[in-house]
Design a protein around this ligand. Structure first.
Ligand code: 26Q
Length: 758
């Protein structure tokens, strides 16, 4: 490999390793990795076994260089060669993340591809190659500021443009070229190398200067612009639908290109179309790619099949994963918009609706209603399986969200609890803990996280306990240095690190955390918290640019941070830090250094959560509600090894029937004081809208922040008390070795056994 890297740097840039820039080294090293897996990649591609395509508008792959080196078995060698040239492999931390996703759903897709390759399962990713990924966030006067994410400025050395596989996607107003860029998906020490194929939109006819002067030219150039626009930027919404025409274009573009690609390969096999479901099936990552269903029917009819024959085949080809029950996220596209962009696809949707009316009571079941297409119902009606992403979430789908569908199709509904890859989320992000684990049980856990169970009981081993604490402290020092450098905030490493990192959303209740910090601040000021272990509250979160309330909450937390950090009494006990531009790479550092994992959504709202799993694997207890996968985390590690508080789903439902938030404030002067601080000038800014959202309007305090406030404070103080004893670290260790269920290797095996049957 040594000569290989040197050759690449020389051939590509005419330089020695020491002369090369970080960008050049990065590109050359990535090329060496790709070359190394080329043979396995070709062999995987040429297999004719049944496959699944993971069809997703988002793949939040983050920084790929370390993960690919580790998985290809080249990490140690790369470190060594670079070191010999006086280069620290950490220089690649400058390389920006590929943020082709928003949050949980996109990161899950990335973990699943990695796990499938590791398990030698033939799962390909199909998506969009956005020119700009999720915006870069900075704070200006405490407010979120967004800038374009030019991720390609580092090059894209893992991708190959495959001109020969270009396809044409047809819209009513124009035809557009879809050009695939392929990335190898390298599993950990495995033979299978899968493909992540991302489509880029381009004009069939490039910009034409000659024709620029006449009317014809204006039209051509307008089309060139409109074509490129489709994959120009990722929609920055998480758990909310924005019903924009361009978004619909993106979805159809992705779906049509992917299916045409699959069909082209299938036709080379000279089989009958009936065999298609034995050759290729699709997992729909939420409803975003649901147009694949009518599009597949359209394509089969183009091959000469009837609608009925086509539908019969298509019914065996699709499975649908739901990721949210939030009403504002459920996709419904206006008929007019479909008519305007893709009338041929709309025709097939209408025929599916007619088929539905033959089979089901049309007063109760529909796909089209009020001139809108309900994408979830379309997906459920035709899919073979529908799954939720955590046990409690699947139950809610069956009993509430899709109740009537569960009544007619009980056999379609299955649960597959989410997972995260232990390569990126333990082996790579937490070197000190990884070394400690390996020193006791060997390194088999990297491929099979279940081996961590061998550590059962080790929380009582004094030496292990001591080493565990040391490893945590190493990570905390590293994080504190990083935060000092990037945020300019000094974080004492002997403080407890209490961390909430996730997209900013009212249902995730960052506001509850913020209010609890104000409560603590006032208690400290009044001299009431003598035994409180000093704590730093760390936040990381992006808000959708158009989500007003979420942006107000960011400003509030930054305002509280100023208030707390600049008060000489309060800051001796607590500090607050909201890191900027929270992303996958930041998460890797935060997760390994956390003492407490905040997972405090209103019960019933967070489908699963996956950040909660990342913390658990790294040995951090959860301060959380019984929501999403928190329920299963508490079950696996033991409820008493986590800090569970708040209303349950049933209690939320009951309380919501007649909720009066004032009742929770009236007899609670401390809470009253906290709320008043939002509007009375205690802080440097006023937050009337936040205050009003809790106490006024037709649905005050929609997410029951005030109802859960007391039990949250109580549990937070209890966690703080325990943190001062060994009991706390024992809980950390039990969480860590109980985390097998939350490996995405397990999730992928569940998908394969319950759904794909590859
Ligand atoms: C839809 C239409 C137009 C524009 C944007 C969107 C859109 C984009 C992203 C709608 C929703 C999303 C993302 C949803 C999401 O990330 N859900 C999360 O999925 C995780 C993985 O299953 C779960 O762990 C989280 O609980 C869930 O919130």
């Amino acid at each position: 490999m040594k000569s290989c890297l040197e050759t690449f740097v020389d051939v590509l840039y005419g330089k020695s390793l020491m002369e090369a820039s970080t960008k050049e080294l990065y590109n050359a090293l990535a090329k060496v990795v790709v070359k190394n897996v080329e043979k396995n990649w070709d062999e995987t591609r040429n297999l004719n076994n049944k496959r699944c395509g993971y069809l997703s508008a988002e793949f939040l792959i983050g920084r790929m260089i370390y993960a690919n080196l580790l998985n290809a078995g080249m990490l140690d060698e790369a470190k060594y060669i670079l070191e010999q040239n006086n280069i620290d492999i950490n220089v690649f931390e400058e390389v920006e993340d590929a943020a082709l996703g928003n949050g949980g759903l996109g990161r899950l897709a990335a973990c699943y591809l990695e796990s499938a390759a590791t398990e030698n399962i033939l799962l390909d990713g199909y998506g969009l190659r956005y020119r700009y990924g999720l915006f870069k966030q900075s704070f200006k006067n405490g407010f979120q500021n967004e800038e374009a994410d030019d991720w390609l400025k580092w090059g894209d050395p893992f991708s190959k443009r495959v001109e020969d596989d270009t396809v044409i996607v047809h819209f009513k107003d124009m035809d557009i070229k879809a050009v695939p860029y392929d990335m190898p998906v390298i599993g950990y020490h495995s033979k299978v190398v899968n493909t992540l194929r991302l489509w880029q939109s381009e004009a069939i006819k490039e910009f034409d200067f000659k024709e620029f002067d006449n009317m014809e030219g204006v039209k051509t150039n307008d089309e060139a612009y409109k074509a490129k626009e489709i994959t120009y930027v990722l929609y920055p919404n998480d758990n909310t639908l924005e019903g924009k025409k361009l978004r619909l274009r993106q979805e159809y573009f992705m779906v049509s290109a992917s299916l045409q690609d699959m069909l082209k390969k299938f036709k080379k096999l000279n089989l009958t179309f009936k065999e298609l479901p034995n050759y290729y099936i699709w997992q729909l990552n939420d409803t975003h790619p649901t147009l694949a269903i009518p599009e597949m029917i359209r394509l089969l009819k183009n091959e000469g099949l009837s609608f009925d024959e086509s539908l019969k085949i298509v019914r065996k080809m699709f499975n649908f994963t739901n990721h949210t029950i939030m009403a504002e996220a459920l996709e419904q596209w206006p008929i007019e918009m479909l008519e305007e962009l893709i009338p041929d696809v709309l025709k097939e949707i209408k025929l599916i609706e007619e088929d539905l009316e033959k089979n089901l009571d049309k007063n109760k079941y529909f796909i089209i209603k009020n001139n809108k297409v309900n994408m979830a119902y379309l997906a459920i009606y035709v899919s073979e399986h529908v799954n939720g992403v955590a046990a409690i979430h699947t139950e809610i789908l069956k009993n509430n969200t899709f109740k009537e569908w569960y009544e007619v199709y009980p056999y379609k509904f299955v649960n597959v609890t989410n997972g995260v890859t232990p390569r990126r989320w333990l082996a790579l992000n937490n070197e000190s803990l990884s070394k400690l684990i390996t020193s006791r049980i060997g390194d088999g856990w990297v491929k099979n996280l279940g081996e961590l169970a061998k550590l059962k009981g080790i929380e009582n081993d004094e030496e292990f306990l001591k080493d565990f604490i040391t490893s945590r402290n190493i990570n905390k020092i590293r994080l504190a240095n990083y935060i000092e450098k990037h945020e300019g905030i000094d974080i004492p490493v002997n403080y407890m690190f209490d961390i909430q990192i996730k997209r900013l959303h009212e249902y995730k209740r960052q506001l509850l955390n913020a209010l609890s910090i104000l409560y603590l601040a006032f208690e400290i000021k009044e001299g009431n918290l003598i035994d409180y272990k000093p704590t730093v509250f760390i936040f990381g979160a992006k808000s959708a640019p158009g989500y007003y309330m979420a942006k107000q909450i960011i400003k509030l937390i930054n305002t509280i941070a100023d208030y707390v950090n600049n008060d000489s009494v309060i800051s001796k006990k607590i500090k607050v830090c909201f890191v900027q531009n929270y992303n996958v790479s930041y998460a890797e550092k935060l997760v390994s250094a956390a003492d407490l994992s905040e997972q405090i959504s209103m019960a019933g709202m967070e489908a699963s959560g996956t950040g909660n799993m990342k913390f658990m694997i790294n040995g951090t207890p959860t301060l959380g509600t019984l929501d999403g996968a928190n329920v299963e985390i508490a079950a696996e590690a033991g409820k008493s090894n986590n800090y569970i508080f708040g209303l349950t789903v049933e209690e939320v439902d009951a309380l919501k029937k007649n909720y009066k938030p004032e009742l929770f404030v009236e007899n609670n002067p401390k809470l009253k004081k906290v709320l008043n601080a939002l509007i009375d000038g205690t802080l440097n800014a006023k937050f009337e809208e936040i205050y009003d959202s809790l106490l006024k309007g037709n649905e005050p305090d929609r997410y029951l922040v005030l109802a859960d406030f007391n039990s949250y404070i109580e549990m937070k103080l209890f966690a703080n008390k325990e943190y001062q004893s060994k009991e706390y670290y024992k809980k950390c260790i039990v969480n860590m070795y109980s985390s097998y269920r939350f490996s995405s290797d397990r999730s992928i095996k569940d998908y394969n056994e319950l759904i794909w049957k590859l």
